[in-house]
Design a protein around this ligand. Structure first.
Ligand code: SF4
Length: 568
């Protein structure tokens, strides 16, 4: 075995993942240190924090390249983080000025006479998360934070079962695992504190949670997949600041989810469909559902004479309060979507990512002052988070997804909408099963089954309103070095060939919005095989979550690969 000589880099605080939570945390920490150094200028005190180093690892080719959300945000925590955010020309987009909710039938749309309070967005802003992310990265750099873009963490490092940092992926390895001429070994980043802010289904976070047993006695995590496009419309095509929520078509009653349309500045429109990954229909194709959504006469009318300019997909954790793992451990903590702090009732998580980042920064700051990086010290973050406004929101909506997972109509019957919202029903924890276990087997689907076998409702792609997956991928900008080891690992291909083919008819070929998995004729005795085109991957993590056998492992590809979002 060839021993690889690796560079070791020592930092005080390392953020794994360069999204909103990490950047907010890094900015707040750097600002606390700056204030401390300015205010406590005795030689002894100043020495304490003068040389503190903060680093952020981002696997995307640039800051914001992998950031995707609706996105409507409550900017209160951002204003706390950067009080003069308006004077600094932050890309906050449009303030919400008009909002409506429509119930869609296949060809009908009925406007709801009211919008439930949890869906209302007065005072919130419609933003491009990728732009906001990029802007925050610039602020962090001004504070002296080192941001390493194009570097994916591939492994957590430990000493005595305590995290000590991460290793970044080697670059320049070919598809067979051999070194190419441009080989560069990954770096070992050693940190006093490692903060995991990788976003939804973080690949390092997942291993740390497993190894340290941080989800003991918690509910399993649940996710939704969001498929999104940004369109450019003719002048005055859709009012900036206007929001439309939809429920109903094209989702059948048992599937959690709904649509959104947000008017952005510069005649841009953000449109998407969110689908709970605890859906049951093995034939459901979220991408196809989204394309069907756009063909609804009401929606198609809104997009008339517009053109697609960007496409992407991402999962979001919606399991809520009882799915939150332990957030602090020796030498480390978990923030943002990686910590499952998304408020599923409001379908918002950016403000909670910012807040969790800030609270984590305060705990890290005190840990650095005391030179105590133990779980007990860092636990101040977890306590503060549960006491904060975000903790209260999480508690208030603690069983939201578990109640709504079989669709809106059933939830209303089960609990009574009014009581549900008043939080008078289901006070204690509702136990749920993991998303990958919810899919029905094809042979078990009966004629009386209400599932519509989603993929049978075919669609004609016209390349104007609707696009094939391969065409849409072009609009995501996703690219990967072709000659590298596959980052999507099918753990046992025999399961795909022999069992899944019969039991679920290979749903990976449908649930993946990147057209990564394809059924092909097998060789020899195998009738079917699965071909994996990893270079199409959008890093949404759906396959890692939804495969019914848990047979797909998403690992980070060579740093810098993946989508390049600029307005998502
Ligand atoms: Fe998403 Fe997996 Fe498909 Fe990549 S391969 S786009 S992570 S479902």
């Amino acid at each position: 075995m060839v021993v690889v000589e690796r560079e070791i880099m020592e930092v005080d605080t390392l953020f794994v993942g360069g999204g909103i939570a990490s950047l907010s945390s890094a900015i707040h920490l750097a600002s606390l240190i700056k204030k401390y150094n300015n205010n406590f200028h005795t030689a002894q005190n100043k020495k304490n924090l003068d040389q503190i180093t903060i680093a952020v690892l981002e696997k995307g080719s640039s800051s914001g390249a992998h950031a995707l959300s609706g996105a409507v945000i409550d900017i209160s925590p951002l204003k706390e983080l950067i009080p003069d955010i308006f004077q600094m020309n932050a890309p906050l987009g449009e303030c919400v000025t008009k909002e409506s909710l429509f119930l869609l039938g296949k060809n009908t749309h009925i406007k709801s006479p009211f919008i439930p309070s949890f869906l209302r967005n007065e005072g919130n802003y419609i933003v491009s998360l990728s732009r906001l992310n990029e802007w925050l990265a610039g602020i962090a750099q001004k504070y002296g934070v080192d941001i390493f873009t194009g570097f994916a963490a591939t492994e957590a490092l430990y000493k005595d079962n305590k995290i000590t940092g991460v290793r970044t992926g080697d670059k320049g390895i070919d598809a067979d695992g051999n070194r190419k001429t441009n080989f560069e070994p990954g770096i070992d980043l050693h940190a006093k504190i490692t903060a995991l802010g990788e976003g939804s289904r973080g690949s390092i976070t997942k291993t740390v949670i497993d190894r340290l047993n941080l989800d003991k006695d918690k509910n399993p995590q649940h996710h939704v997949i969001g498929i999104k496009e940004v369109w450019e419309l003719p002048e005055n095509g859709f009012r900036p600041g206007e929001i439309i929520h939809t429920t109903g078509y094209p989702l059948e009653g048992k599937t959690y989810g709904g649509g959104f349309i947000y008017g952005m500045a510069d005649n841009l429109l953000s449109i998407g469909l969110v689908i709970g990954l605890d859906y049951q229909d093995p034939f459901l194709d979220p991408y196809l559902k989204f394309q069907q959504f756009k063909t609804h006469p009401f929606i198609a009318g809104l997009l008339k004479n517009g053109k697609l300019i960007q496409y992407g997909a991402k999962t979001t954790p919606v399991g809520g309060y009882y799915s939150i793992p332990e957030l602090a451990f020796d030498n480390g903590l978990i923030i943002g979507d990686s910590a499952n702090l998304f408020i599923s009732q409001k379908h918002k998580g950016i403000h909670s990512a910012v807040k969790s980042g800030m609270l984590a920064a305060e705990a890290i700051f005190h840990a650095l002052l005391k030179k105590d990086f133990s779980r007990a010290q860092l636990y101040n973050y977890q306590s503060a988070l549960y006491k904060s406004s975000v903790g209260k929101e999480l508690y208030h909506s603690r069983n939201w997804h578990q109640i709504f997972r079989e669709g809106l109509h059933r939830a209303i019957l089960t609990g009574g909408f009014k009581h549900l919202i008043a939080n008078k029903v289901f006070k204690s924890r509702i136990i749920s099963d993991p998303d990958f276990s919810s899919m029905k087997k094809v042979p078990d689907l009966s004629h009386s089954d209400s599932l519509p076998k989603g993929n049978t409702d075919k669609l004609k792609y016209d390349n104007r309103l609707t696009f094939k997956k391969d065409t849409a991928l072009y609009y995501s900008g996703t690219t990967h070095e072709e000659d590298q080891p596959a980052h999507l690992r099918i753990l046992d291909k025999n399961i795909c060939r022999n069992r899944c083919t019969v039991e679920y008819q290979n749903p990976c070929t449908r649930f993946c919005p990147g057209n990564v998995y394809e059924r092909i004729a097998g060789q020899g005795t195998e009738e079917v095989d699965i071909e994996v085109t990893s270079s199409n991957c959008l890093h949404c993590k759906t396959c890692d979550i939804k495969d019914p056998y848990n047979n797909i492992l998403w690992t980070p590809p060579e740093g810098g690969g993946g989508p390049v979002y600029t307005v998502m």
